[in-house]
Design a protein. Sequence first.
Length: 208
Amino acid sequence: MFKFVPDTSLPGFRVKAPDDPPFFRVADDGSVPADAESAGLSDASDGAVYPAGEGADEAGLLERFRPFIADVQDAAERVGTRANAVVNGAYSVFPGTYNALRAAGRGLGILGPEEFRRFGQEADAVGTVLGQVVDHPGAAAHVSRDALSVLDTDPLFRYYMLGRAGMGLLTGLGPAAMAGDALRAVEKGHNMIDAYKFGIQGTPSSGR
């Protein structure tokens, strides 16, 4: 009763969907059919269809900038690593200051008679070495240069020392930290060259 049958004889009312709409066909393997290529389309690696030259231009632009992007990433990583070394160096002042306070406690007998006795022995050893330094300044300077050259083989050592020196100057704790780290090295049985290096760099950090 209500079925309407269009009059196909009237012009302008006959619409038939094409079997293959132009510009929208992409094969299962991502290739572009011949009619799409003839229509000025090109395929891209993601399977999408672009006007001729558009996908290729974008891919080429990305490829040209790829080395630059890699360089930026490498530079950011280097900056982050060096910044981390500066932070670790600045922090090292505080454990060094603690070591100085601990050494003072040992020397005053606060940590017990055994620690007091051992501290006296260590102080005698340090005094003997300092006496040799005074008697042979040239040899002492040579040893100091050798110790610094060994430390400087670490590419992050200067950044670490920048942070340590800066924090030492800012807080005024630099000399105490150096003395504390050196005395701690002697307490642990290190020789005086190692004690000298520990006094400069503090306790080596795994983060640098």
